[in-house]
Design a protein around this ligand. Structure first.
Ligand code: FES
Ligand code: FES
Length: 161
């Protein structure tokens, strides 16, 4: 049996540590070891975006990142998007626009869309569709998701105006 790796990292602004096998993905570590089950497993091969998290400010598919690569990194997951009981404008807009059905894709869309709006407050529809092209949804047909991102962007611009 392989010995486990001790990983020290930061998740959603809090120090975290865990023991994992060298072969375990960050997705497995988040869900199975740290019980942060908001991040979802879809394809487990880098194609669906359901497992999207931020790592040192970059979007990654956590099924393709090893848990031990989180050593010293700053990880942000969907659990870090709301502020206490206050939903992020994106979460509110997804609910109001019925931009989710089964919800498996939703955490990945939220993390990816937040990354876009954090750096581009007024993206065009084309830009939003391009940015989210790596996130697949089998339920919604995408239009509601795009409308939700546009609504959240508008609301965030008004708050920051
Ligand atoms: S589960 Fe990671 S990209 Fe699909
Ligand atoms: S809501 Fe089911 S996959 Fe997107």
């Amino acid at each position: 049996m392989q010995s486990k790796v001790h990983v020290q990292t930061t998740i959603n602004g809090e120090a975290a540590e865990f023991l994992c096998e060298p072969r375990q993905s960050l997705l497995e570590c988040l869900r199975d070891i740290l019980t942060l089950t908001g991040t979802k497993e879809g394809c487990n091969d880098g194609n669906c975006g359901a497992c999207t998290v931020m790592m040192d400010g970059r979007i990654v598919t956590s099924c393709l990142v090893l848990g031990c690569e989180a050593e010293g990194a700053k990880i942000e997951t969907v659990e870090g998007i709301a502020k206490g009981s206050q939903l992020h404008p994106l979460q509110k807009a997804f609910l109001e626009n019925a931009a989710l059905q089964c919800g498996i894709c939703t955490p990945g869309f939220l993390v990816a869309a937040k990354a876009l709006l954090d750096q581009e407050p007024d993206p065009s529809e084309e830009r939003i569709r391009f940015w989210l092209a790596n996130n697949l949804c089998r339920c919604t047909g995408y239009d509601k998701i795009i409308r939700a991102v546009q609504q959240a962007a508008r609301e965030m611009r008004e708050v920051n105006a």
